[in-house]
Design a protein around this ligand. Structure first.
Ligand SMILES: Cc1cc2nc3c(=O)[nH]c(=O)nc-3n(C[C@H](O)[C@H](O)[C@H](O)COP(=O)(O)OP(=O)(O)OC[C@H]3O[C@@H](n4cnc5c(N)ncnc54)[C@H](O)[C@@H]3O)c2cc1C
Length: 508
């Protein structure tokens, strides 16, 4: 059997896989996306994206489509463990200071449309069943409707979710904590006194009972509601057991005193608070992104965001390696930058599980009160807002005394390009997926001309929120990797490869 050959085999067309595939397609790297399902997974899962994910989608011009599919419901700030103090995301200088309520499949639809525009495609009903790697690439066996096929890629990225086949096939350990709590989620038709207001804080939507029932109801489009529930019956249910009307009704009765009832369940699934993470995200030519690399409870709405941001981090690096511009060592920065982020999310979701849990003794109610008081302090609130929004991330820097902007996200400032046209946003300059050298000083940075085949050089004047530097070099994923001073050529070489012989590509 002759193998179809490609650059990257992406296994899984969820949020992580589709983001990665669009990034590779944008960079002109051939990739094949496989998914075992015949279509998008419509199960009730993630319902919100956080501000940093919104910013990253804006970097590629994908946010307007995403907002167009979002639910017209403005959450007042974020939350930690459902405590009744909104987290003030606006303290982090972002254009998107609130979670965007969006069913997960709608984000996947936006990404898949973009992938198609870029000439990519998802091979549906293609289940990966075998994998073998050698020093030059990865060969996989795929079961498709027309029989078994063999594909070969130079790299494979496993975005195949929490129960990753790739992880199992290569025998990668997935250490962590087993489930101690079971919950369910359902998209359903509710009757009775349902809170349909289109603003407010998530804490007002969480209802519990002394017997350990939990219900969080948020409105979805088209008259449906999303319910996250738990209770004694849910805790005891088998993972694959259907979520029944009786189970939902019992929870609603206990938490809403009969004021709300269920008329119809459209989609429902069960999940747990199991918490695990791969030690290594790279195993030779196989890399992991999204839930295949880390799982945790959905408390705080982080999983999809993590996966999308993993993919934004990895995509441009993998493309640069495949185009032969940089060596494979660039891929090691993926592990260094993304593993600690997920490790922190795992820790925080475990902490939230304790605070949100049904426990009414052992100091847990007092812990809730202490944390609630702490979150009323502006500094504590800002800290936690940055964590939950994904806006506080500072990537590790090799410099002993890094510039304060190094490793931080580049704010989406308004820029005057001096061309007599209306101002543009920084995110208007990143649609191509290239790095951007933003020259805010009087003199252009001629030193970077030899990289103009890989980066976009822009001379501009910042109109709002000027970064505190005369020039910044921003990676394709929106993080500052140089901020004036010495070392520009070294930094360009590190992230984009040695100087080429390209012409002067400055747009300023
Ligand atoms: C109730 C609930 C609420 C949640 N709420 C939020 C939230 O508000 N915000 C948030 O950020 N996250 C949330 N999450 C988490 C989020 O759903 C996941 O983190 C997210 O789906 C992970 O995306 P992924 O692309 O890594 O994996 P997945 O979305 O699981 O995609 C994996 C894909 O791989 C495919 N696949 C698997 N095996 C194979 C194979 N052998 N061959 C080919 N294809 C294969 C699958 O068909 C699937 O399409 C929630 C989760 C749950 C359960």
């Amino acid at each position: 059997m002759n193998a179809q050959v490609t650059g990257v085999i992406v296994v899984g067309a969820g949020g992580a896989g589709l983001t990665l595939a669009t990034e590779l397609a944008l960079a002109g790297v051939p990739a094949v996306v496989l998914d075992r399902l015949p279509g998008r997974n419509l199960q009730s899962r993630a319902g919100a994206i956080q501000p940093r994910t919104a910013e990253m989608l804006a970097l590629r011009g994908l946010l307007d489509d995403t907002l167009g599919r979002s639910i017209d419901y403005r959450l007042v700030g974020g939350h930690f463990a459902g405590l009744p103090v909104p987290l003030d995301y606006a303290a982090w200088d972002t254009r998107y200071p609130h979670p965007v309520l969006l069913p997960q499949d709608q984000l996947e639809a936006v990404l898949e449309d973009r992938l198609a525009e870029l000439g990519g495609q998802v091979l549906r009903e293609h289940r990966l069943t075998g994998l073998r790697q050698d020093p030059d690439g990865v060969t996989v066996t795929v079961t498709a409707p027309d029989g078994d096929r063999t594909l070969r890629g130079r790299y494979l990225v496993a975005c195949d979710g929490a129960h990753s086949s790739v992880r199992k096939i290569i025998g990668a350990a997935f250490p962590g904590e087993a489930a101690t709590a079971r919950m369910a989620t359902a998209d359903l038709v509710l009757t009775g006194d349902v809170d349909d207001s289109t603003t407010g804080h998530i804490s007002s939507r969480i209802h519990t009972s002394p017997q350990g029932h939990f219900a969080m109801i948020t409105p979805l489009a088209t008259g449906l509601h999303k319910l996250i529930l738990s209770g004694p019956r849910t805790m005891a249910a088998e993972r694959d057991a259907p979520v029944t009307t009786e189970e939902v009704r019992e929870v609603l009765q206990a938490t809403h005193g009969g004021k709300v009832d269920v008329a119809e369940i459209r989609y429902a699934s069960r999940f747990s608070n199991a918490s695990r993470q791969l030690e290594q995200y790279r195993h030779g030519r196989v890399l992991f992104a999204g839930d295949s690399a880390h799982i945790h409870s959905p408390a705080g709405g982080q999983g999809l965001n993590l996966g999308v941001q993993d993919a934004f981090n990895l995509g441009w690096k993998l493309a640069a390696v495949l185009r032969g511009e940089v060596g494979e060592e660039l891929l090691d920065t993926y592990q260094a930058e993304r593993h600690p982020v997920a490790a922190r999310v795992l820790a925080l979701t475990r902490a939230q599980g304790v605070v949100m849990g049904p426990q009414r003794d052992g100091g847990v109610p007092e812990l809730r009160d202490v944390l609630t008081d702490l979150l009323r302090l502006p500094d504590a609130n800002r800290y936690m807002a940055g964590v939950m929004a994904g806006l506080d991330l500072c990537l590790p820097s090799p410099d002993a005394a890094p510039h304060p902007l190094l490793g931080l996200r580049m704010p989406d400032v308004d820029l005057d390009l001096g061309d007599g046209e209306p101002p543009v946003r920084f995110s208007d300059l990143t649609r191509t997926g290239r790095g951007v050298l933003l020259d805010l000083a009087e003199a252009p940075l001629a030193a970077a001309a030899a990289w103009s085949d890989r980066i976009t050089r822009v001379r501009a004047r910042a109109i709002s929120g000027s970064p505190d530097a005369e020039a910044v070099l921003v990676r394709p994923d929106g993080y500052v990797c140089w901020a004036g001073g010495a070392g520009l050529a070294e930094t360009l070489t590190r992230w984009f490869g040695p100087a080429g012989r390209a012409g002067d590509g400055t747009s300023g």
